[in-house]
Unconditional design. Structure first.
Length: 289
């Protein structure tokens, strides 16, 4: 493994490693306004949702690398501490990218990128009409650390397109098409088969409860072990014995005897298949034969 100290490599060179590794990152397409009413729109991927009560978002409008000057977003927030965070979808990604270009101060990137403006209700900057999720925010604090200009803001009003809501008025992730930032010029699209659910266990037996032969399996992956460790109870000796009469296990035993194959490997491969089908309890019973 390659080990690098930021102080040895230099901050800008280390930045490339960080943005490529700390990924994907959600994108805040931030609209701001200065004291004269000039509107700015710019994307930031140093961004996330950080608090529940009150709802807090944080993003960094860092200084420019070439001359350490403030970006227009930061200057605007120092004059008018209000911002609208517009979330980015795949249909918007090229326009969003265009809005990141270095236009002169006072240029309206809504117009340059071809986005439509919607008036906000509780803050001065406008919303991006094309975004299916928009957050009107009041800036609580702007903190500076080196070249970082950290913006901490409270969401005072959210807007959500009907197209991404389910019948209960909640966001249905299968109806979304979010885009996130990676390193360099790379992005990732979160939709379709690229999104998946991982139920959060309230309690689990833990990977440490599994037999050593399972924990050290050369066939099972860390994800497989995590699924097994999320089971809420360990099977009893009676359950394990009863499961041994399963037709599939009997077939595996016969295959091992007639084909000179290693029975534990057959069990582990079969368990992997069961785990892929979401049958973790049966997978564990299989592995305990």
């Amino acid at each position: 493994m390659k080990s690098i100290a930021p102080a040895d490599l230099g901050s800008r060179a280390f930045y490339k490693y960080m943005t490529a590794a700390v990924a994907p990152r959600p994108i805040a397409l931030a609209s701001t306004i200065d004291r004269n009413g000039n509107i700015n729109l710019s994307p930031f991927s140093f961004f996330n949702y950080m608090g529940i009560d009150p709802p807090i978002v944080v993003f960094s409008a860092g200084r420019r690398g070439r001359d350490n000057s403030y970006k227009d977003t930061a200057l605007n927030l120092m004059e008018v501490p209000e911002v609208v965070i517009n979330m980015v979808t795949y249909d918007m990604v090229q326009q969003m990218s265009l809005s990141s270009a270095e236009y002169e101060r006072g240029v309206n990137e809504f117009e340059k990128a071809g986005f439509a403006m919607l008036p906000a209700e509780q803050v001065k900057p406008p919303r991006v009409a094309e975004s299916p999720a928009q957050f009107e925010c009041k800036v609580l604090e702007v903190k500076e650390f080196g070249t970082m200009v950290l913006v901490i803001a409270e969401v005072v009003l959210g807007h959500f397109a009907e197209s991404i809501l389910d019948e209960n008025g909640q966001i249905d992730q299968t109806r979304t098409d979010w885009v996130a930032r990676m390193g360099g010029d790379w992005y990732v699209r979160a939709s379709g088969e690229t999104i998946f659910e991982v139920p959060r266990p309230q309690y689990g037996i833990g990977v440490d409860a599994l037999p050593e032969s399972v924990r050290n399996s050369k066939i099972l992956t860390g994800n497989d072990l995590g699924q097994l460790g999320s089971l809420i109870k360990y099977p009893s000796e009676e359950e394990i014995a009863d499961f041994g009469g399963n037709e599939q296990l009997l077939a595996l035993r016969e295959e091992a005897q007639s084909g000179c194959q290693y029975y534990p490997d057959l069990l582990h491969n079969h368990a992997r298949q069961l785990l892929a089908e979401g049958q973790a309890a049966k997978a564990l019973l299989t592995l305990l034969q």
